[in-house]
Design a protein around this ligand. Sequence first.
Ligand code: M6P
Ligand code: ZN
Length: 197
Amino acid sequence: MINTDIQKTCTRYDLQTGNITGADVVHAKKHLGDIIGIFENKEAALNMKPDTVVYEVSSHCAVSEGTAGGLFFGTSCVHPGRVGNEYFMTKGHFHSKRECAEYYWGISGEGVLLLISENGESAAEKVEKGSIHYIGGYIAHRLVNTGNADLVVGACWPSDAGHDYGAIAETGFTFRVVEEFGKPMLKGNNAYEHNCY
Ligand code: M6P
Ligand code: ZN
């Protein structure tokens, strides 16, 4: 028998807040103590509470990780804060399957999307409500919250893209985003320069 009911999906996306609820939704929190290595000023980081939540990610995963042809859909929320003068940010990653692209879009707050290719070409894009960011394959990406409120960003990426954190953990991005004279500024990243020249 053909089912003629129009079914209401139990998975919901709040367009104002980016909150995702329902089946197949996974929530994760990143604590400062787990990601100290990404910040330049380790001493300042060690003086902060290791259980400080730097960012949270909710993902709707309708298929299992690694499924070819599928998509994942998520919301990242980077809380406001700094380690020394460096703004709170995500770990950042290349995709394990390098050719895989991703969309990010700004939902609320203010921030910067740092991008870097494997041969060091880099860019920094302003993220704000309504901004759309196409992140091509072979490009690592990191979100930085430069505001006083949560930076909330939507994301959609292939379910077989995977996350490769290794390269970024070693060298980082070309730039660090720091507060200087009360404003966000891009600053050269010593760790990157040291490893690449
Ligand atoms: C977005 C997507 C996810 C990613 C998350 C946090 O939601 O890109 O794939 O995991 O941001 O970023 P990261 O993995 O770099 O900590
Ligand atoms: Zn990604």
